[in-house]
Structures are given as C-alpha cells and as structure tokens.
Ligand binder design. Sequence first.
Ligand SMILES: [Mn+2]
Length: 424
Amino acid sequence: MRFIHAADFHLGYQQYGSKDRFNDFSRAFLHVVEQAVDRQVDFVLLAGDLFEKRTVEPLAMRVAVDGLDALRGAGIPVVAIEGNHERPYYGDQYSWVDFLDGLGYFRLLTPRFEEGRAILEPHGDAGGAYVDLPSGVRIYGIKYYGAAIGRVVRLFAEALAEMDHGGVDFVILAVHAGLEGQMPRYSGTLALNDLAPLKEFVDYLAMGHIHKPYAVDGWIYNPGSPETCSMEEVAWPERGYYLVDARPGQEPTHRAELIVPPRRPFYSLPLEVDTLTRPEVLYAAVQELIRGRGDEVDPHSRPVVELVLKGVLSFNRADLDLDHVQDLLDKAWTPLIKPRVRNQTRPAEFEMVVEAKTGRRDLERAVLRELVGQDQRYRLAADAWTRVALEVKRLSLEGAAPEAVIDLLRQSQADLLPEEKEAG
Ligand SMILES: [Mn+2]
C-alpha cells in the first residue's frame, strides 16, 4: 500500500507579482498529481494550505480542479485538511476547501467538539474526523487551530483512545500545525510531549504548515513546501513530498521517502564585505560569486536571485553603485525578476573620546579625522585628507570660486591617491 503525503502547495500565490511564479506553484501541484497517477498510489493526503489565500481566485481554483479531476479519473482518493491560509474569516463559515469537499473532490477531515470533548465521526455529508479506505487504512485529520492546537490534540488523544480500531491495519493522522524546535521564533506549535499520547494509536503523523521539512522518531513527517514561498526557504534542506510505502504488521510499519520535485532555481548569494576596501574590489567579488555559481543562462528556468551584503562596509556607502551590482547579476543569469540587492552592512563604529578642555577647532579636526579614517581608501593618509577637508571648508566660507575648490580636490587626489588618478 502506497500513498503520497504533500502539504503547503499555496496554489494561487503570485510571488513577486509574477505570472510565471503563479504558474510555478500550479506546476508543482500538477507535477505531484502526475506522480500519484504514474506511481498508481492508493491515495493522496494533502496536509493543508493547498491554497495561498482564503479568497481563491478562479485561475487557482481551475488548477486545483484540474489536478483533483485527474486523480478522480485515475480512481485515486484524496483526503485533505484545512490550513491557516485557506480557512474562512470566521470559524464556522464555508471555505473554498469545504466547497471542494462538497463536490466530492476530496474528503476534508477535522473533529467536532461538544461539551469539552472531541467527537470523532466518519466522514459523511457534514464532514467528519476520519475516513476508512478500502486498503485497511484509517485517516484522521485535524485542521489548523492556531494557539489552541495543544488543547485540541489533548482532547483528540482522549477520544482516539476510545475508538475501535478493529479491522484497521494502518492509522494516519494529518495535522496542520507547527512542531516545537523546528523553527526559531515560531508560536502556537505542538511539543513532542503533546504528541506522545498519540503514538500508541498512530502509525504515521502527517504534518503540514512549516515549510521546512523534518522527520522525527520514524513516525512524524513534514514534507515542507514543494515550491519556494520565500527566499528564506533556500537555505533549508531539500523539501517536496513524501512517497510512503506502508507495510502493516511489519517492522518498521512504513518507509517514507522525501522526493524533491523540479523547482525554479533560487540563488541567495551572501557576500561578506569587511575586507573589500574599494567599490571595484566589491564588484570583482560579486563577479567571483557569480562564477562560483556557474554563470550559465538557462532560458527555460530563469532563476530568482538576491545578493546579501553583510559585515562592515569599509568605504562610504554612497560610493557603492547598487545598480551596477544588479546589472552584474542581471547579465549573468537574466533572472526572472529584477535581482534584489539587500544591504545588511553595518556602518563602522564611531566612538570618540573627547577631553573636556578640547577647543572647538581641535574637536572639529578630530571628528573629521575619525570620519575620514573610517573609509579604508583614505585611512592611510587620514591626516592629509583631514587637512584637505578643512581647507575646502575655509575656501567655501571665504566664497572662493567652485573651480578653486575642484582644483584643490583634484590636486589632493593626484597627490594622495596616485593609483586612482584615472578614476576621478
Ligand atoms: Mn500553514
């Protein structure tokens, strides 16, 4: 017995306002559908966030229905739970995933609660908490409950212990929730302790919600997002969907293989700038990064690219031509969207010890010297450049002609930066 467990397709997401990205998300879903049909799986389990938005756009619904139709045509049952992205505005309203359940495209599962107890009923006209498939598999589902999930799982476990699992060979529970410890700064998650009471009854815990993949203790599985929903995801291990072979009665009871579907390339290039003393050196380092990635243009899969500048910039930020950096990235790969350059550099520390009796003139000189010295290019001749700066100030206050100021700067540059005579 074989099934596919996938989650977080986010159909309809027009990332970066790009139609191509909308199509990428559609393609990821249709690819998994195709795999399900080709591999003749017994069923498909969708663990939430099939859609990006609670208000599903017609084109996104069209893609969902196309995929679900193909599964129906191949006789492959689909079981689903509702994620936070597709839940209706108010608790009990009808959502677009309820709509698909109503049309019989999949069976949407979640328990009902009555007088502080979870009610686990088989799926019928009014929904339900579980479904029994002919293959001897029982699937339970719990939709997204946000911060209440700990309490919901506790009530669910109590109700589960009362259930008769006679004739059931393999039990799956699908939950749309985070798991503690998998992502930093993530609230409303389940702890392993919350899940422990379920282990006695559940062979395979099918999670969705967190886009980062994980597998815990041979029974908790989270496939992650089949497409890339944000640049952050690029740094994570490969993610996709699980193809699971269940072998009830054997040890282990199942084997889950994480399969990575084809995906548009995303490049996030970090560049430490601390030792890059001049703009030209920084541009050369960008070129080096590009070459390291293989600067071949693939017209069929133009990447999404970002460059992140990190560290302390040792020259004036105003001298860094970010448009030029963008051009370098653009020329190398013709990215799908304009490459983004994120400047996360910190300015150099500025700290001065001033003696109380320092006069205004000395103070001014000291501040200028410190500022000049922060730029690697001027640091060696900081005293001389400080004199130039004070001279420019004097000329300006005296109302000297602009040409005189320019002459002074040109001459200083020639004297102090001989190797950069051409650049000025
Ligand atoms: Mn989610």
